[in-house]
Design a protein around this ligand. Structure first.
Ligand SMILES: [Zn+2]
Ligand SMILES: [Zn+2]
Length: 398
């Protein structure tokens, strides 16, 4: 039976700050820095087997140096571009990580490494393992990974993570002393129940939705307790999504019933959407029932949440706030710059802030003890850089 992941607000050991995580008993997402064409890196900790891993490495954040395993979905720079920086930084203080890369990029990856080493004047220690779809990787006694093909403009693959649990002693052998059991085992007698393999998490990397629907791993992808998948386009024609082989929100809307996951985490949102725009587009096109199991990586690159709850009222323009006459009847193309975001805690703030069409600016966080759903989350190392820049032109090609 799969455990149901829940959103938890964990108390930081370094003070009163909290960190937003999606967690179950096995895999915890502790960091997500993702924007299409800019960078993607998701940091996961598995406390029970003392494993930390990264899903793609398009940005090198200091807190990821403790990750021993790095899984690269494809060779685009926003997913693989920071591997060598990561290895170089790790070399200062700890053993090298293992980087699982698609076989198709191995030669280019090694050439890039050699180029950086020539510039740096030092060898950069890395363990590089090439993997292909359908490969199985054993990371520890309790953790396996299976690789599956995805569909993108370059060779690409996703990863499915399984917890493996050793079998328990069969009833007929219970109470028998250990040395006797050892003798039986040496004779080839099976004294344990079969090992249990439990699907925990799937990460797709960049892909088309058809690539997931038609995958031999379909059931694994859409039944994983936690599914982390790209969602690059939140509005507009689907032409670009098809051209650049990404997922469009209409793919999700049309197939909501296909997702049997407990938690769906959307990453790789285009930088052309502000936080409020993204939340509004999610709310206006996806059902509230579906959104109740969705988290989205929006506040990356210096902002203050790992994952955002799309039903959190803080980010929803008031006139479209769910429960206040919201309609999910199709895509409502809006003129964002003519709408006003009203912060739920706005009575003590300068109202002109919210009426000034600054949708790229993040409203202030609610005060500690705020009463609305989602609570208050503040990450350490908070800074304001990199937020609020609206891209011009097409920046979704990676
Ligand atoms: Zn990408
Ligand atoms: Zn890509």
């Amino acid at each position: 039976m799969t455990s149901i992941p829940t959103t938890q607000h964990q108390q930081s050991s370094r003070g009163n700050e909290q960190q937003d995580v999606v967690a179950d008993s096995f895999m915890n997402i502790v960091g997500a820095w993702t924007k299409a064409g800019i960078a993607s890196c998701i940091h996961i900790k598995i406390p029970s087997c003392k494993v930390e891993l990264l899903l793609d490495c398009g940005i090198c954040e200091p807190q990821t140096f403790s990750a021993q395993f790095v899984f690269i979905s494809h060779g685009h720079m926003d997913h693989a571009g920071a591997c060598i920086s990561h290895a170089r930084a790790k070399a200062l203080s700890s053993a090298p990580s293992t980087y699982y890369i698609p076989s198709a990029i191995k030669d280019a990856f090694l050439m890039a490494k050699q180029g950086f080493e020539a510039m740096d004047g030092h060898e950069i220690p890395m363990k590089i393992v090439e993997v292909n779809p359908n490969d199985e990787i054993t990371l520890s006694a309790s953790l396996k990974v299976r690789v599956f093909a995805t569909e993108h403009r370059v060779p690409s693959q996703g990863f499915a993570f399984f917890q493996t649990k050793r079998g328990t002693l069969l009833p007929e052998y219970q109470g028998i002393p250990g040395p006797e059991l050892g003798k039986l085992k040496a004779k080839g007698v099976e004294i344990l129940t079969p090992a249990i393999e439990k699907l925990e998490l799937v990460y797709t990397g960049d892909t088309t939705f058809e690539g997931l629907l038609n995958s031999p791993f379909h059931d694994i992808i859409f039944q994983a307790p936690i599914l982390i998948t790209e969602l690059t386009y939140l509005n507009g024609e689907r032409t670009n999504a098809g051209k650049y082989k990404h997922i469009h929100i209409e793919d999700i809307r049309e197939h909501e019933d296909n997702f049997h996951n407990h938690q769906v985490i959307f990453v790789h949102i285009s930088q052309k959407y502000s936080i409020s725009q993204a939340i509004e587009l999610l709310n206006s096109q996806l059902s509230r029932e579906f959104l109740s199991k969705v988290k989205v990586s929006l506040h990356s690159f210096g902002a203050n949440q790992v994952l955002t709850d799309p039903l959190d009222n803080r980010w929803v323009p008031r006139k479209r706030m769910p429960g206040w006459g919201w309609s999910n009847a199709g895509h409502q193309q809006s003129s964002y710059r003519n709408e006003h975001v009203v912060h739920p805690n706005a009575r003590n703030v300068n109202h002109s802030y919210y009426n000034s069409h600054q949708f790229d600016q993040v409203p202030p966080e609610p005060r500690s003890g705020g009463s609305w759903r989602g609570g208050h989350t503040v990450r350490e190392n908070d800074c304001s850089g990199g937020r609020g820049r609206r891209g011009r032109g097409n920046n979704n090609r990676k």
